[in-house]
Write a protein that binds this ligand. Structure first.
Ligand SMILES: NC(=O)c1ccc[n+]([C@@H]2O[C@H](COP(=O)([O-])OP(=O)(O)OC[C@H]3O[C@@H](n4cnc5c(N)ncnc54)[C@H](OP(=O)(O)O)[C@@H]3O)[C@@H](O)[C@H]2O)c1
Length: 327
């Protein structure tokens, strides 16, 4: 709950930066609780997701790339879940007390590393039945980006063959599940034995270890005709090998941020895309979940004061997502 400060303005715990830089710049501070403007929802957060892109934002990468001059203190974090605490004028889709999750990249009203966040109502949805608050909190950013990639960039169709590279990562393990729900046969290229086990559990028809096996060998075992499509959530030689295994006329795509950018072949030019969550994409994402909860894997949960450690942990091998427990 927000606590009143000396001026009786409601404040909350948040992890802020006072300038761009390394993880040591992240620290806890009492800041004003944001007030929901027209069309916005105030969420009391219990869990926030740690995005693999958060360190780039912390270092000022997006500010430079997009020519923004943000004000400080600056609250990072672009996804989370909790309970609706208040709604702004004009909001009829959400109600106080509802259990919800949301994802909003570079959220104009402040980030999710805090007890409260204000988000446009169109980016807020009920926590799907059968999913925990933590799972819903961390799935928004990567889940919707995976769907954007599979449906809008790759235009994946039922019955097609799909390779997911980085299949045990945050986006990858959800992309395997969404690809299978869209009717594709999925070849997962995961990291390590534990990653292969996760990708198999996620519904891959074949899962291989891309740190120990050659992608080309895996593709030969999987499909005699090459691949219809490849979603690349990591870069490097094995991502390039995945593009090379796509049949002429097939498609390959990667979310902006993947480095090095996957290389083209004479027959296939990988397409970069962004998640760009919006109300319509969120609706499609929820519809695809339906009454079949996504198996969202959380490798580790941190507390608010451990966010610097969470940013460091992103660099180490882990499966699925990292989460911040707030409430
Ligand atoms: N543009 C957008 O809208 C958008 C949105 C979200 C994310 N992104 C970008 O999308 C990318 C993926 O995001 P994420 O959150 O899913 O990151 P992530 O959790 O770090 O996933 C990447 C995965 O790739 C794995 N990997 C790397 N090389 C491999 C190999 N040779 N074989 C098998 N697996 C391999 C890593 O495994 P290890 O455990 O071994 O490291 C890791 O699990 C990032 O570059 C991010 O910046 C872009």
């Amino acid at each position: 709950m927000p606590s009143p400060d000396a001026s009786d303005t409601a404040t909350m715990r948040a992890v802020v930066i006072d300038g761009f830089g390394g993880p040591e710049r992240l620290h806890e501070r009492q800041v004003p609780v944001p007030s929901p403007g027209r069309g916005q929802v105030l969420i009391g957060l219990e869990t926030a997701g740690v995005g693999s892109w958060d360190p780039f934002e912390r270092e000022g990468g997006y500010a430079e790339m997009l020519g923004m001059s943000p004000s400080f203190p600056y609250v990072l974090g672009s996804e989370g879940a909790g309970t609706v605490a208040a709604v702004g004028d004009g909001v009829t889709s959400r109600a106080v007390g509802e259990r919800v999750f949301a994802a909003s990249f570079l959220n104009p009203a402040g980030g999710f590393y805090a007890e409260y966040v204000c988000v446009d109502a169109g980016l807020v949805a009920p926590i799907p039945a059968g999913m925990s608050t933590s799972q819903a909190a961390v799935m928004g950013g990567v889940g919707m980006t995976a769907l954007r990639g599979l449906r809008d960039a790759l235009e994946l169709r039922s019955g097609e063959t799909l390779l997911v590279h980085g299949a045990s990562g945050a986006m990858g393990h959800l992309a395997v599940q969404l690809g299978e729900r869209l009717g594709a046969r999925v070849l997962a290229v995961a990291s390590g034995d534990d990653g292969v086990a996760l990708a198999a559990r996620a519904g891959a028809e074949l899962a291989i270890d891309g740190r120990a096996e050659h992608v080309a060998d895996g593709v030969r075992r999987f499909s005699a005709d090459g691949l219809d499509a490849a979603l690349l959530t990591a870069g490097g030689p094995e991502a390039d090998a995945a593009v090379a295994a796509v049949r002429p006329g097939g498609r390959a795509a990667y979310p902006t941020g993947v480095q090095p950018e996957p290389a083209s072949t004479p027959g296939v030019e990988p397409q970069a895309f962004n998640g760009e969550p919006d109300a319509e994409l969120l609706e499609r994402f929820i519809a695809l979940i339906g009454d079949r909860p996504l198996d969202v894997h959380i490798a580790r949960e941190f507390t608010l004061d451990q966010i610097p450690a969470a940013h460091q942990a992103l660099r180490d091998h882990h499966l699925g997502k990292l989460a911040i427990t707030i409430g």
